[in-house]
Design a binder for this molecule. Structure first.
Ligand code: COI
Length: 353
């Protein structure tokens, strides 16, 4: 399918201070738009970034049939940009689409759309190491209909945003707390889809945690409130003795692309990786006995984020609150080294543009 392009006649790039980027506040000049109607996706268009029109009866606004993805494009050199694992993001988008009864998107259209959009806005990809162009594909139900039913119309967009670190802590350790009252997802629910509503439901508990001085909630399973699942915007890893341990994808955990990359890199180093149920009690015990060496989160936005504190009821696990541990540091250097083309990519994850 051909992608039509309408370029802006007024670039906003000169207004951007690339030395003081915040996460997700500034949007580049263009966006991709594609409409699903009459049982099919229609011609994708790249158009100037700006407000879009829809009606108040649009179904996504009422029933939350909306999904998204998050990936990044990295500046390698003046000729080359890298997207990281875009085909994996495409697959996950389609998995989310199936769960929410939404139409899938063809891989070729998805990849070509990203390539065209990012090439056109290549000047928006920050050059500073550690910064990147955050790419946000998203889809929502667009039929004008108040019945709580699967929509027959959808819109798909890709917008992009030059970003720095996601957390205000930057690369400093974040503080996490469990929630006594709330859960993020249940098996059989939408927890493993990147559904907009999962995030909306997490805001109240996250706000409560922030009021108490924590960065985010570390979620426990919904049934027993015992097993760790993930953190607000990232998956989680524990280094216990010499092993790397992470909650398995139980059906209510988001299958992170960075999570998968961390596991593959660690295995490649010869580290034993265990994907299994991880009890919060086990982590408290491992900390008390000195076996818990490091804790860090992984995500597209968060990259590798060291964890300094985990609170659960009366127990507080304090890791090195000041700095990042050697394992997380090496993982961060390796993963970003591959993303920015500074070191070889033996896995074939980088997608040059
Ligand atoms: C990402 O890491 O890309 C995410 O989707 C997290 C987001 C909620 C900021």
């Amino acid at each position: 399918m051909k992608i039509s392009i309408t370029e802006t006649d007024q670039s906003r790039i000169s207004e951007v201070d690339f030395n003081h980027l915040q996460f997700g506040r500034i949007f580049s000049d263009h966006m991709l738009e594609m409409v699903y109607k009459d049982g099919q996706w229609h011609e994708p268009k790249i158009i100037p970034y700006g407000p879009i029109q829809f009606t108040p009866s649009m179904q996504a606004l009422h029933y939350g049939q909306a999904i998204f993805e998050g990936m990044k494009a990295y500046h390698v050199d003046d000729e080359t940009l890298h997207l990281f694992r875009p085909k994996d993001h495409h697959q996950r988008l389609n998995n989310s689409a199936r769960r929410l009864c939404m139409p899938e998107i063809d891989e070729q259209i998805f990849i070509e759309g990203l390539e065209e959009l990012i090439s056109l806005d290549h000047q928006w990809v920050p050059k500073q190491h550690g910064h990147a162009l955050y790419v946000r594909p998203f889809m929502f139900a667009a039929e004008e209909y108040l019945a709580a039913k699967v929509s027959k119309e959808y819109r798909f967009y890709v917008i992009t945003s030059p970003v720095a670190a996601y957390y205000s802590e930057g690369f400093n350790p974040v503080k996490l707390t469990t929630s006594e009252k709330f859960v993020r997802a249940v098996e059989g629910g939408t927890g493993e889809a990147k559904a907009a509503g999962n995030y909306a439901a997490s805001f109240l508990p996250a706000q409560n945690a922030q009021k108490k001085g924590f960065t985010q909630v570390i979620w426990l399973d919904a049934k027993e409130k015992r097993f760790i699942e993930e953190v607000g915007t990232m998956n989680i890893f524990f280094q216990i003795d010499e092993k790397l341990v992470t909650p398995k994808l139980s059906g209510s955990v988001l299958p992170g692309i960075t999570r998968r990359s961390v596991i593959e890199i660690a295995k490649n180093w010869g580290t034993v990786v265990e994907e299994r149920r991880v009890g919060i009690d086990e982590i408290i015990e491992a900390h008390k006995s000195g076996r818990l060496k490091e804790v860090f989160g992984s995500g597209t936005a968060a990259v590798i984020s060291p964890v300094g504190v985990i609170q659960h009821g009366d127990e507080t696990i304090r890791l090195d609150e000041e700095k990042i541990g050697p394992f997380a540091k090496k993982m961060f250097a390796t993963i970003t080294g591959i993303q920015y083309g500074k070191i070889d990519d033996p896995f074939g994850w980088t997608h040059p543009i």
